[in-house]
Design a protein around this ligand. Structure first.
Ligand code: ADE
Ligand code: ZN
Length: 328
């Protein structure tokens, strides 16, 4: 069956990483920026390893220069998500690409994005929230103004703080100042860990940064004591299976630990990460989980309920999402 019409909640989606290649190409042409090297001949992005991906991602972002670019981008991405049956989505938003961490500039970009989110909710019935995100490879000092942007704009739309980027640079504890500031502001916390790093990286992210969600977290599977610890603390994993396959975090489908993690009792959710970079959609993720692990409708519905329970939103919104997820 096609899972396209199944109502879905997605927790792990990078706004810039979700940009359709044609959208980025169009802006590059308008602005006379030469980034031809990141496009393949078939209307997609060139695929490569994680180092290539981070560099190409940065290159794509050079064309996103004004609040209006981000307004159009967010609307385009929400249209794509709504077509896949997504009723609730959370975006990783990077002030580093929106004024470089300057608070006044960030507010202008954010206003444009909230405009787009409101329009999408009115027109397509898709609800979204923003997780302000620092980039690990820029280091702990650079994360501080990003945490400030998050704390100062916490509200109806900005509900979380996160960390993405190159996991093997720095240690989680180096970012404690930024995560403490975000927690004090009342934001939900998540960070990428255990995508490239081992279980130690996941443990430190939970224990030293206080994250209640982990981006990926797949390498926790090798450490059973850590798995028990994550279960005890109610930590939710934002697993992005196709991303892991395409970037080479796992060598093949049979090695992907999503089913082991679920079977062990961890709170597992499913997301696309950066869909056009990996040739995926939420529907495609579900089809792959069905094909490789026998996940059928009820198991997918459970993953969606877990996502709604872990969503960084108020209780009224959570109840609304849960209701939409129950639809036939
Ligand atoms: N930024 C966008 N996608 C990412 C990923 N899979 N890991 C780390 N940082 C990212
Ligand atoms: Zn990610």
């Amino acid at each position: 069956m096609s899972y396209r019409s199944l109502p879905k909640a997605e927790l792990h989606l990078h706004l810039e990483g979700a940009a359709p290649p044609a959208f980025i190409k169009g802006l590059a042409r308008e602005k006379h920026i030469d980034i031809d090297r990141i496009f393949d001949g078939n209307g997609g992005y060139v695929r490569g390893d994680f180092d290539w991906f981070l560099k190409a991602y940065d290159a794509a972002c050079t064309v996103l220069q004004r609040p209006e670019d981000f307004r159009r981008l967010m609307l385009a991405v929400l249209e794509q998500s709504a077509e896949q049956g997504v009723v609730y989505t959370e975006f990783f938003l990077s002030p580093d690409f929106c004024g470089g961490g300057d608070l006044a500039a960030w507010r202008d970009y954010l206003d444009a994005m909230v405009d787009a989110a409101d329009e999408a909710e009115r027109r397509m019935g898709i609800t979204s929230r923003g997780i302000v995100t620092c980039l690990r490879h820029l280091g702990p000092e650079a994360a501080k103004p990003i945490a400030r942007c998050a704390a100062e704009t916490k509200g109806r739309f900005v509900t979380g703080f996160g960390m993405a980027g190159a996991e093997m640079m720095h240690r989680p504890g180096d970012f404690a100042w930024a995560f403490d500031a975000a927690r004090e502001a009342g934001l939900g916390l998540t960070a990428h860990a255990g995508e490239w790093g081992g279980p130690d990286m996941v443990r430190e992210t939970v224990d030293l940064l206080g994250c209640e969600r982990i981006g990926h977290g797949i390498n926790a599977v090798t450490d059973h004591a850590l798995c028990d610890h994550l279960i005890e603390r109610g930590v939710t994993l934002e697993v992005c299976p196709v991303s892991n396959l395409v970037l080479g975090a796992v060598p093949d489908w049979k090695s992907h630990p999503i089913e082991d993690l679920r079977d062990r009792g961890l709170r597992v959710t499913v997301s696309t990460d950066d869909p056009p970079w990996f040739g995926t959609t939420m529907t495609h993720e579900y089809e792959m989980l069905e094909r490789h692990f026998g996940w059928e409708e009820e198991r997918l519905r459970v993953a969606n309920r877990v996502a709604a329970e872990a969503a960084f939103c108020d209780e009224t919104t959570r109840a609304e999402i849960l209701k939409k997820l129950e639809a036939a």
